[in-house]
Design a protein. Structure first.
Length: 460
């Protein structure tokens, strides 16, 4: 045995109990009481929670956008994730025009592999759904990438897919067990409002929200869910941020349809008022933070079980780049940081403050992403045979988030001054310590590609 974690309170999505964990060759080899193996390193987790490593199912590392590239490359982003208890990230590959799905993935994989400090998988954002690309769906799933995203927005940027493409993707996704997700906003409404505000000289960050209010997102949510229901096809909605969309997800669930909703910590904590702050441009992301009623609806959806996952949409840009839009909100690169804050936020805000069970937190941040995207039980749980991906939390450790404590390459954090109760004191990736007591211990290239399985007809 290589490593033994002793006396910790193990929490999975279904169970909570005190036991020891024996780790060998990167896998969980045994779980039991009073484990003793000569030569094994021992970690005393008395009084600590021993959780499955987090899975951030939505990141954008080294992503070209808005005339620049997101500030965290594959090393910096995975380093930050590891220091927050996340052991796997799912990054987005943006397909270029004329490019095949596997071709697109191989390009990003070659960029990621030498840098990643934890394990990684890819979703593919389809932007050019030709007949050849449609025929490639099953081969992409066999390659280990059975999850595609379509933008219902970003028309001018050349990323948006039309309704026919989305309907086709839902049909083919259902046929081949491929998860189809959408970024749901109405592009024509956004363009109309942007042009109106610019003509009126309304250029501050608050008009990012005003040009993308609740109804701009909810209309697209409702439309996408309507198609998925009509086709009886599973659908995953990324970064859900509004009440009406949440209500529609609940309605679909009540009717028996498979609609997965993801939300993000920024929508669960901040509201649209941040855009009135002097640093409001730092909070510009799409969809933007919404009103209090939407935030309340998201928390209610989490408690009901209508939110399936919490991920971050981690896509930070430097403050100097955010400043490009100080006189014109349309020039602000869209994106916020959060992968290092995901697990601590949900542990503190969800478990310690809002009454979620620790099992529900694990489900949202680890188990459900693994199940939905085809890598459970390799990832997302603590069980014999699973990868030894583990986050050890001190439930009483209070930490006030500051930029100096973060491990991103970005030069600020939107979480500055936010206090969490409960914080990871150790992160273990496939049996190796990559973070301990505030210090990153990992290295570039440690992370491995996670080959995932299609999930034809499967539900949570």
């Amino acid at each position: 045995m290589d490593l033994i974690i002793k006396n910790g309170t193990i929490a999975t999505a279904t169970d909570t109990y005190v036991a020891d964990i024996g780790i060998k060759d990167g896998k969980i080899a045994v779980i039991g009481k009073d484990l003793q193996f000569a030569g094994a390193e021992v970690v005393d987790a008395t009084g600590k929670y021993v959780l499955p490593g987090g899975i951030d199912a939505h990141t954008h590392l080294e992503m070209p956008f808005g005339g620049t590239v997101s500030s965290d490359d594959y090393f910096a982003g995975t380093r930050a994730a590891a220091c927050g208890g996340v052991t796997t990230v799912f990054d987005f590959v943006i397909q270029r025009k004329g490019q095949g799905i596997i071709e697109a993935v191989q390009g990003r994989r070659a960029l990621c592999a030498p840098k990643a400090a934890i394990d990684y998988a890819f979703h593919v954002a389809l932007t050019d759904m030709t007949d050849a690309v449609i025929k490639e769906f099953p081969a992409a799933a066999d390659y280990g990438v059975p999850s595609f995203k379509l933008f219902m927005v970003y028309k001018k940027e050349g990323l948006m897919m039309d309704d026919a493409a989305l309907i086709t993707a839902l049909e083919k996704g259902k046929e081949h067990g491929i998860s189809i997700s959408v970024h749901a906003e109405n592009p024509d409404a956004i363009d109309l409002l942007i042009n109106r505000f610019l003509a009126e000289g309304k250029t501050s960050a608050k008009y990012h929200y005003e040009s993308r209010p609740e109804w701009v997102e909810s209309e697209a949510d409702i439309r996408a869910i309507h198609w998925a229901k009509s086709l009886d096809a599973p659908l995953y909605i990324v970064h859900l941020a509004n009440k009406e969309g949440m209500d529609e997800v609940t309605r679909a669930h009540d009717e028996g349809f498979t609609i997965y909703a993801e939300t993000c910590p920024q929508y669960l904590h901040f509201t649209k008022e941040v855009y009135d702050r002097p640093d409001g441009r730092n909070f510009v992301c799409s969809p933007p933070m919404k009103g209090q009623a939407s935030q309340d609806a998201l928390w209610a959806g989490i408690k009901r079980g209508d939110i399936a996952t919490v991920a971050t949409d981690h896509c930070p840009f430097l403050s100097t780049e955010k400043d490009w839009g100080k006189d014109n909100f349309t020039k602000i690169p869209n994106g916020c940081m959060g992968t290092e804050n995901l697990y601590p936020f949900m542990f503190s805000e969800g478990f310690k403050k809002r009454g979620l069970s620790i099992n529900r937190v694990v489900e949202l941040v680890s188990t459900n992403p693994a199940k939905i995207f085809g890598c459970f039980p390799q990832k997302g749980t603590i069980a014999v045979g699973s990868d030894a991906d583990i986050a050890i939390f001190d439930p009483d450790k209070k930490v006030t988030i500051t930029q100096d404590l973060m491990h991103s390459d970005c030069d600020y954090t939107i979480w500055e001054g936010f206090e969490v109760e409960g914080y990871p004191v150790m992160t273990i990736s496939r049996g190796r310590k990559v973070f301990e007591n505030g210090v990153f211990l990992g290295e570039k290239g440690w992370g491995k590609f996670v080959k995932r399985r299609a999930k034809k007809g499967a539900k949570l």
